[in-house]
Write a new protein. Structure first.
Length: 386
């Protein structure tokens, strides 16, 4: 990391400069972090331990507290309760400018009358960094982000994706201890969002700094995060790797929020006895071995785990009518009504030939089923599994 006048002056090539920037990494820890606005809790007792160099995504719907958490880490909001540590330093009384973090916002916040080069170096200039060092750092960031040919342009001459890269570069030239992203891709179209996801992932891989990224978009979360913190109504629901979040959701909210199309669900009851466990919904009875639970539950089955078979197949759990077929080129999404009336989807081959109104058999294996307590509860595990 650039350390002011302690920066090794003899390291002048881009590769050496980049190597030096990767050497220092700082973790972030929040303990019991909470925020109350009037009589409403926006965030409740958030605990996160983010390793040095880790990319963590705060994921959840609007109003879940993710941006509030980010702003408290940055020092832009004062916590009602709890503490923030950057490295080993508790920063509750440290001004935002002195926390050595950089934020990238949803709006680009560029100076329209300045060139790209001037925007990139503006913060460094205000800090008194010598011209030679400013040029060196701007050249490095511009090269890394593909902005080298745009340095003399002004923001009004750039696309949305290019402007967002300038905003990212402005943060990068500071070489902070951590980068905080507040839904930075929300203003971009689908193609540019995909491009910028790749850009940000590439920057993290090359620079190696700690990054916290706020989004409501599960695709951004799954593709960018080393770990994802899922929040709902100010409460942390689960903190884990993308595959843990998707493959072992802690509760029904997480299971529904992550995955497109959303997980198929059906409410019923579970009954264990005589060494067997069965799920009951209407007149249907499905064997679910290994569970030791009595009471109301909700089953969840991912669309890719649902098969379509002949109506007279022994594998069919129930019979349904096709409601619509969405041909996506690489696959077809087949929609039908679940046995409790809820909408279900199955991922089928691109050549799927079923017609709307046609009866199909719906099949899935017991091992692919998630079982949740009640209608919003925790995921239950079969005996001997987590």
């Amino acid at each position: 990391m650039w350390m002011g006048k302690n920066f090794p002056h003899q390291w002048t090539t881009q590769s050496q400069f980049l190597l030096y920037s990767v050497m220092e990494k700082t973790g972030i820890r929040v303990v019991g972090l909470a925020k109350k606005f009037s009589d409403v809790w926006a965030l409740r007792s958030l605990d996160l331990d983010i390793a040095p160099g880790e990319f963590v995504v705060l994921l959840g719907p609007s109003g879940c507290g993710k941006t509030t958490a980010l702003r408290m880490i940055a020092g832009l909001e004062e916590p009602t309760e709890g503490s923030v540590y950057i490295g080993e330093r508790e920063v509750g009384n440290v001004a935002p400018a002195d926390r050595d973090i950089a934020m990238v916002f949803q709006n680009y916040a560029l100076y329209p009358h300045m060139t790209v080069e001037a925007n990139l170096e503006f913060g460094l200039k205000m800090r008194g960094v010598p011209k030679e060092k400013r040029t060196e750092k701007v050249t490095w960031a511009a090269s890394l982000l593909g902005l080298a040919d745009l340095l003399k342009r002004k923001p009004g001459q750039l696309s949305g994706g290019q402007r967002q890269r300038v905003a990212l570069g402005r943060a990068m030239v500071r070489e902070p201890k951590a980068y905080l992203f507040d839904e930075p891709l929300s203003n971009l179209d689908a193609r540019l969002r995909a491009e910028m996801r790749a850009e940000i992932a590439d920057v993290h891989r090359k620079v190696g700094a700690t990054m916290i990224f706020v989004t409501h978009d599960q695709v951004e979360a799954m593709t960018l995060g080393n770990r994802i913190a899922v929040l709902k109504a100010g409460v942390l629901q689960q903190f884990g790797t993308p595959m843990e979040i998707y493959g072992k959701p802690s509760n029904l909210f997480v299971a529904k929020f992550v995955g497109t199309p959303s997980i198929n669900t059906v409410a019923g009851s579970l009954d264990s006895g005589e060494g067997k466990t069965s799920f009951h919904v209407g007149d249907d009875r499905w064997n679910l071995p290994g569970y030791e639970y009595h009471g109301d539950v909700t089953l969840g089955i991912r669309p890719e785990k649902v098969g379509i078979v002949d109506v007279d197949s022994e594998e069919a759990r129930f019979i349904a009518k096709i409601q619509r077929v969405e041909a996506l080129g690489n696959e077809s999404l087949v929609w039908f009504e679940g046995c409790d009336g809820s909408p279900w989807a199955s991922r089928a081959e691109p050549e799927f030939a079923g017609a709307v109104g046609e009866d199909i058999g719906v099949a899935f294996a017991a091992k692919d089923v998630f079982v949740f307590e009640g209608t919003e509860g925790l995921r239950l595990s079969p005996k001997g599994m987590s």
